[in-house]
Design a binder for this molecule. Structure first.
Ligand code: UD1
Ligand code: CA
Length: 448
């Protein structure tokens, strides 16, 4: 039987975000904030976690999906009430309960493991995380007696000036013996603001002589709670530093990591060099020995080993090995470039396959095209793939040579080793080995 049950509190309104979206859905490095504690919860326990959500948070429930049980808190009557609602919803619940927040994305799994370890060694009623900070951040203060034992947690709004001066703060992460928690939550009394505070359980435990343990959080940054857009940006910056450091430790070079934006779902191979002002987004995977030059945005794309991409936008594309792109090109969804393809400047490719060694160096557009190997796409070539109603395919076979400024009016096919003259408007299929020219293009001679 799994020992640990996890409750993630995420019902708060997040008023100070001044947003139409629930707070916990705001992304940090490309991932909704709630994903961070949720992924930790899934890694720490095989028992389905409970996420406490607010009224009408269908979007939050959608994000959570089947991974966790969502419990609607209804009226938001405080952290104690939220945990009570979670436990009430569950009949078979593990003997230990870990409480996490949905808005504390920087908290590390290792930190929680330390908390669990202390809890399992001493087996107190409660083990909770504290942090020393000169900036109280509005957190509850951990009040201790003369012997240094925890006496209670006081919220800032209710603290005396002496208590306010305390620099040991309550992070808001707790591990409880579930039985103790279940029997003591109903003892909480509402505060003047109508809320039931989970933190009051500390004083209750002290009063009845139940042991309490604390674990000190060393990296203060982990305790950052996101309540405002300013804190959102702080969390983003911290997470970005963490992600970039991880990749540097794994053999990736960053010319200026402070100015490089790598989202949480990205993977990067060894000896790849990343220049400033690069955005690697979504489910992007970069191979080894690549150069990702300045001003590049790569989203949901797979880049093979040894590729060079500079000052370009790549979305939903697949690049095999040793492909060169840019500067100033745009690869759109469905682009697949085989080994050794060169895409130069001011080129756009959409939903097209370009075979090995094909070159498309200047001012061109390929849409819905299938291009063979060793093809040269001359400057200014355009696939006229849209007739105003539907999209039509273009096929260009191996080693064809498309002359500068050719318009390929789709659907159309250019045969193997065929050539088009500069300025041709190709409205009919070009047989293999033919040279066509003119408007509309007609066969001039056979080049094979
Ligand atoms: C809480 C702690 C405080 C601690 C601080 C750390 C209490 C009474 N105080 O204060 O000691 O220093 O966290 O961040 O617990 N939530 C619900 N339902 C509710 C109320 C809150 O799900 O009815 C959720 C929120 O969405 C949030 C978390 O619980 O994720 C914390 O709530 P919040 O109101 O931010 O607590 P603080 O006042 O910051
Ligand atoms: Ca808070």
């Amino acid at each position: 039987m799994e020992k640990l049950g996890i409750v993630i509190l995420a019902a708060g309104l997040g008023k100070r975000m001044n947003s139409k979206a629930p707070k916990v859905l705001h992304p940090i490095c490309g991932k909704p904030m709630l994903e961070y504690p949720l992924e930790i919860a899934l890694a720490l326990s095989s028992h389905k976690p409970i996420v406490v959500i607010g009224h009408g948070s269908t979007e939050v429930a959608k994000l959570v999906g089947e991974r966790a049980t969502t419990v609607h808190q209804g009226e938001l009557l405080g952290t104690g009430h939220a945990v009570l609602k979670a436990l009430e919803s569950s009949t078979s619940w593990p003997p230990e309960t870990l409480v996490l927040y949905g808005d504390m994305p920087l908290l590390r799994k290792e930190t929680i493991e330390k908390l669990l370890e202390a809890h399992r060694k001493q087996k107190p009623a409660i083990t909770f995380l504290t942090v020393h900070s000169p900036d109280p951040m509005g957190f509850g203060r951990v009040v201790r007696d003369e012997k240094g034992n925890v006496a209670k947690i006081v919220e800032e709004a209710e603290a005396t000036s002496q208590e306010k001066a305390v620099t040991e703060l309550n992070v808001g992460v707790y591990c409880f013996q579930s039985e103790w928690l279940r029997s003591h939550l109903p003892l909480l009394k509402p505060h003047p603001n109508g809320e039931y505070y989970l933190t009051d359980l500390i004083a209750i435990a002290v009063e009845e002589g139940s042991p309490i343990e604390t674990v000190l959080l060393e990296d203060r940054e982990e305790a950052l709670g996101v309540n405002t857009r300013v804190q959102l940006a702080m969390a983003e910056a911290a997470m970005r530093r963490r992600i970039n450091r991880y990749w540097m430790e794994n053999g990736v070079s960053f010319i200026n990591p402070e100015a490089t934006y790598v989202e949480a779902g990205v993977e990067i191979g060894r000896d790849t060099v990343i220049y400033p002002n690069v955005f690697l987004l979504g489910r992007t995977k970069i191979g080894e020995d690549c150069i990702i030059g300045p001003g590049t945005i790569i989203r949901d794309s797979e880049i093979g080993d040894g590729c060079v991409v500079e000052a370009s936008v790549v979305e939903g594309a697949t690049l095999e090995r040793e492909v060169k792109v840019g500067p100033f090109s745009h690869l759109r969804p469905g682009t697949h470039l085989a080994q050794g393809v060169h895409i130069g400047n001011f080129a756009e490719v959409k939903n097209s396959y370009l075979g090995p060694g094909t070159k498309m160096n200047h001012f061109s557009y390929l849409g819905d095209a299938t291009v063979g190997s060793g093809v040269n796409i001359g400057a200014g070539t355009i696939t006229c793939n849209f007739d105003g109603y539907t999209k039509h395919p273009t096929v260009i076979e191996d080693e064809a040579f498309i002359g500068s400024d050719t318009m390929l009016v789709a659907p159309v096919k250019v045969g193997k080793k065929a050539r088009t003259g500069a300025g041709s408007v190709v409205t009919r299929d070009v047989p293999p080995g033919a040279l066509v020219y003119g408007v509309p293009a007609k066969v001039k001679k056979w080049v094979l």
